[in-house]
Design a protein around this ligand. Structure first.
Ligand code: PHE
Length: 467
């Protein structure tokens, strides 16, 4: 039901007879279906892999606090703006921005904001797929009982040996990209239905791990690390990283949420939907942190370990648990699914755009886009082994792609999206979508007009060294 459109259905200005614009691809069957789909896109490696490693690298408490502030003060108004733009335009992000620009009597050039999002999403997927490949590889490792009773050094070696092999990493990345291509080309009805029970299952397993963490003996140390703000440990780069991470985990600034908003029924409250998604996404990130940090301290590991943090801590706890082999297998399967549902959201905007703008079929478009993303992904795959010494600007190839997308492209796109919704669109249009001029509308307006764009720009310029 999402964006898996048929070519012949596109670009007509549909109307349901009441003058209300309709999406050409139908609407979500319920508010819950929308929330599940957006949450499926939001919850992914960002919450379970990226959040803990970045919080660890940036000293914990202060970073987490700033991240939470960004989620609520910037993430929420941006998400509301994206959904309302999407629902008003009911097209793909590029066409929606151009259509609304025209309709509001402004410029159709706003389509470039949609294009910025499409490119950011492709670049993100290029490395996302490599890390998702790691989770795929951990499924057979778990199943074969390789974590059972293993100590810190064994688990670390397991990871280092795997990531040190370009062939292994590239194979896993290729398999993940192929799965993506296959699902995008074939349609995803079944997968969407599966998400409805896979996500709660992932949450359930995290809760099980959480209780295990509680008994690890270092729960207090983990909580203290995560929630005691030590601002000396956080510089402007860290603040920028927290902001980029907030956009990344919420899937905003890429047009992905805008595309989903296009299928939201007119009567559903955008505010309520946003609050549910943000709470679910943040809750899962916090839970992942509360599982991982106590384990880090209980095992004498370094919280600033980097992108391998999760892969070097979680297998340890599985290795010590009753039925750990079984639970670890299930966990990595669920994590791979969570990554897959996010990855589909990252690939679809580019594929939809290509289907609409060229005479390629859906399958050809999916293959072309998948190939381009796969190719860029090779840089990230190699940056963990043969090219690990090849560093420039922000570090390795992976670190550069991540920095440029999360810390530059997503915040920039978020600025344009809020400016578009709060300044370019008329108050009539926006209050129509946000149910009137009440208190919530006023709060959204202040955050989207002033707070979010100004805060993003200040942080951005501080970190880049312009002010
Ligand atoms: N939010 C996803 C995650 O946390 C990543 C993502 C970004 C997915 C943008 C879709 C669109 O893993």
């Amino acid at each position: 039901m999402i964006t898996y459109l048929e070519k012949e259905l596109q670009m007509l200005d549909n109307n349901n007879g009441n003058g209300e614009r309709q999406s050409l691809h139908g609407n979500w069957s319920s508010r819950l279906a929308f929330i599940m789909a957006v949450t499926g896109s939001a919850v992914g490696l960002g919450n379970i892999w990226k959040f803990p490693y970045m919080a660890g690298q940036n000293g914990g408490g202060a970073f987490v606090l700033v991240y939470l502030l960004f989620v609520f003060l910037i993430g929420m108004p941006v998400m509301m703006s994206e959904i309302l733009i999407g629902r008003r335009g009911r097209r793909n992000p590029v066409s929606t921005m151009s259509l609304l620009g025209e309709e509001e009597g402004r410029s159709t050039q706003w389509k470039w904001v949609g294009a910025l999002g499409v490119i950011a999403a492709m670049l993100i997927l290029s490395y996302y797929s490599v890390i998702a490949g790691w989770t795929l590889t951990y499924i057979p490792k778990a199943f074969l009982g390789q974590f059972a009773g293993a100590d810190v050094a064994t688990i670390a070696n397991l990871f280092d040996d795997f990531v040190g092999s370009p062939l292994a990493v590239i194979t896993a990345h290729s398999i993940f990209m192929f799965l993506n291509f296959f699902i995008i080309a074939a349609g995803v009805k079944g997968l969407e239905r599966a998400v409805k029970f896979l996500m709660p299952a992932l949450l359930f397993l995290l809760v099980v791990l959480f209780f295990y963490s509680l008994t690890s003996g270092s729960f207090g140390a983990g909580v203290a690390f995560m929630f005691t703000p030590n601002f000396a440990a956080l510089d402007w780069d860290g603040v920028l990283t927290a902001m980029g991470l907030a956009c990344f985990t919420l899937s905003i600034g890429m047009g992905a949420i805008m595309a989903y908003g296009a299928y939201l029924p007119q009567e559903t409250s955008i505010t309520n939907a946003t609050v549910s998604v943000v709470l679910a996404d943040t809750g899962i990130a916090m839970l992942a942190g509360l599982v991982i940090f106590p384990l880090v301290f209980a095992n004498g590991l370094n919280p600033g370990e980097g992108p391998d943090l999760v892969f070097k801590t979680l297998p340890l706890v599985f290795g010590q648990m009753q039925a750990g082999t079984f639970l670890a297998t299930i966990f990595f399967i669920l994590l791979a699914f969570a990554a897959l549902t996010s990855a589909l959201g990252l690939m679809e905007p580019a594929v939809a755009w290509m289907v609409e703008s060229t005479d390629f079929s859906r399958r050809q478009s999916a293959a072309t886009i998948a190939f381009i993303i796969w190719f860029f992904g090779l840089g990230t795959a190699l940056s963990f082994n043969v090219l690990s010494e090849f560093t420039f600007y922000q570090g390795t190839i992976y670190e550069n792609v991540d920095f440029i997308t999360s810390n530059i492209m997503l915040p920039m796109s978020a600025v344009f999206i809020t400016i578009f919704a709060a300044w370019v669109m008329s108050q009539n249009s926006t209050s129509d979508e946000l149910n009137g001029h009440g208190f919530v509308y006023r709060v959204w307006q202040v955050l989207a007009r002033y707070f979010a764009p100004i805060a993003i720009l200040i942080i951005f310029m501080q970190a880049i060294g312009w002010i």
